[in-house]
Design a protein around this ligand. Sequence first.
Ligand code: BES
Ligand code: MN
Ligand code: ZN
Length: 486
Amino acid sequence: MNISVISGSAAQQDTPLLVLGAFDGEPIPAPAADLLEQGDFSGKPKQLLLLYPRGAVSARRLLLVGLGKRAQLTGERLREAAAVVAQRAAELKVERVTFELPASDALPAAVAAQALAEGALMGSYRFQQYKSGLTADDTYQVAELQILAADEAAAQEGARVGAAVARGVALARDLGNTPGNDLPPAKLVEAARAVAERFGMQATIFGPEELRAQGFGGVIGVGQGSANPPHVAIVEYGTKAEGVPTVCLVGKGITFDTGGISIKPAEGMEAMKMDMGGAAAVIGTLHVLGELQLPIHVVGLIGSAENMPSSTAYKPGDILKTLSGKTIEVINTDAEGRIVLADVLYYAQRYQPDAIIDLATLTGAIMVALGAHAIGMMTNDDGLAQRLARAGDEAGERAWQLPLWDPYKEMVKSDIADVKNSTGRYGGAITAAAFLSNFVGECSWAHLDIAGTAWTDARPKSYTPKGATGVGVRLLTQALRTWTER
Ligand code: BES
Ligand code: MN
Ligand code: ZN
């Protein structure tokens, strides 16, 4: 779907589908008012009504979309509205949609246009690579979304950002939806390299020999049970410079998590192909950075392994020596993500970043705590927490902070090694973060646990189909876009 911005009067648009937002408690927009009975449409969020104006306006079809109360209009409302509109437009098989940008004092035109573009594109996402016999109906894509805006320049800029963000999200979703047999660690890091190559970024990939030689004992330990060897990818966008912030983005890239010797139950295990959702978010965000060319220095680091049980697999009781020199007592081989992250977080410190942000589908415990509607955030820097919480609110990917107090850090100490990788069920998301805190030194750092948000079996938002959600790309992009303004 191509996105363009035009200006002019809605009633005069010669278009197969004109979309007008309608607000709860306000009269129906003028071009539609005579075409329906009062009371048939209330304007509540995501409500749709299709009308055939038959010459009353230039458009062949008119679609009203409810937006709720005007004073409460948010980007998130528009994202959801744009997604239902895009889906209806695809059903109607129109080639073009003209969407009048709703006006509200609550929302600047650029923000509104960004949300429209994101919602329409994210809501049109389908993962169909593995289906045969698809019909033209199955694959139909609306060719163009025209945003009709009074402030053309602002809308243009917003739409450009929104389209770039949505493409980053689609990339992250594709990676998350791709099954483990087609996305082993070597391929996941290849996806990072491909983004780097496309946009002229620096890429470094460590295979198993380099990892062993350099002392990535955590990554090697987790990956040693698989015939698909572990890899680490480092992609550098921009360069370190005075006055330019350096941010490291670290992603958990377990391409399949069986649990290893501490094997998971069979039921639902197939979803563990998404255990690289953190890495996918980092790769998707790098893609957005490449498109938008933001003035910031970002290093994306991905630690990737396949967690398998086998005669060569690591075992409960094993002690691994990490890149930092600290040792980990393995209590449970299913707590593998934190072991991989230990090495990669430690490695990130060499860039002397202003912040390290890691994203990981790390714990079932975060799903118990927050469900599917918030990212769990734990950090050693409350300023960074505020920054990320705000970015998440604006982007429609909310992050909620949990404490990381000293008593939790006591819990991860081991009797015979420096730390242990599991402490039982209580406070499981926090103790996982407490474990990670041992490997970031004095760096400002935030851990985002996306285990509850990276995958969905339902459709929690109209713009999120079943499967991988691509969570993290929007939050990270918003944080990086606003980094120097705040
Ligand atoms: N990848 C899982 C966490 C997960 C669970 C992600 C559900 C997405 C959905 C992680 O590696 C894991 O297995 N964590 C264990 C840790 C425990 C053994 C300490 C968990 O949460 O049960
Ligand atoms: Mn696991
Ligand atoms: Zn895992």
